[in-house]
Write a protein that binds this ligand. Sequence first.
Ligand SMILES: *Cc1c(COP(=O)(O)O)cnc(C)c1O
Length: 375
Amino acid sequence: MPTAIPQTNPRAEYLACQAEIDAAVHRVMERGQYILGEEVSFFEKEFAAYLGAQHAVGVASGTDALHLALRAGGVGLGDEVITVSHTAVATVAAIVQAGAHPKLVDVDASTYTLDPAALAGAVTPRTKAIVPVHLYGLPADMAAIMAFAKERGLLVIEDCAQAHGAECRLSQTSGWKKAGTFGDAAAFSFYPTKNLGAFGDGGGVVTNDAALADKVRLLREYGWQERYVSAVHGWNSRLDEIQAAILRVKLRQLDQWNAKRQKIADIYDRCLAGSAVVQPVRAADRAHVFHQYVVCVKNRDQIRRALADAGIGTGIHYPVPVHRQPAYRALGKGVNLPTTETRCAEILSLPMHPHLEPDTAELVAAGLLDAARAG
Ligand SMILES: *Cc1c(COP(=O)(O)O)cnc(C)c1O
């Protein structure tokens, strides 16, 4: 049986603004400039303004955004970078690509984000940076992480691939700010299913540091200071004009779409309350944008199959922690990540996207409760 209720649905976002997106794509095709033109510049300005940041630089993917932000921040060979194993493999791959050594720490058992208590044990004289991941759309504990980083003089690059529009504040008396404006720089992904997604690959580096932004601009195009003159060893990592034009349309919907995700999360919360299904927490001083709504259940795989049989699509983010994957097993040597290890067998991502109907969310929750009782 085909999945009647998909876990995610980027096509629905296209249909919701089809005329505007078609016009934007057509405009780019007609204009005839397809790489680093005015759509990318306008998108960079609009996205930076949306976040309340000084600079945004469009690049080819979220993975590249992390890699280039690290390099622009001075991370390289011999440096250590602290991050989590409970994340998309891209977070760790980007650190390796920058020439550095990832030091993996555990996540907090209730928020699934980097456990600040683990930092002191992971830091060494070679530590250069911390990459907190705002996983599932919930900001990591930036108050504790920034305090630790400041004290040790460490760079902080936020992995915002799942957190477009998420907010937090460092204390009850400080103002709310967007995720991506706390560290030295932040990396965003515009992969189609993210909260702000293109219809292809795309990414962005966001920073208030003009020199870091300039460095990323150099690195994204062969290190060119001027055309055909490479000042530094750079790379090719550019955001397409077409994707930038599409992102400009979708950026205008982002707050409304995030609000819809939060509404779906409220429905799930209400329907699952009091059951054996462990629900995502709402941490104080952090506004969640629900890239994913992730529950924890025993007999996860059995429940997942029962839901699939009922036409309900689910996901697992992520089934294998990075340090358990063949390419990165060496990173697991001598590290102890008990929460990461246990959680990956129990997590289940329910259908979550802005065009999921409230009635459908109720059906999903009812299906989950049935499956959990049977399991
Ligand atoms: C999606 C994602 C990335 C990578 O983004 P791409 O655009 O796919 O390269 C990095 N980190 C996290 C947490 C992600 O979810």
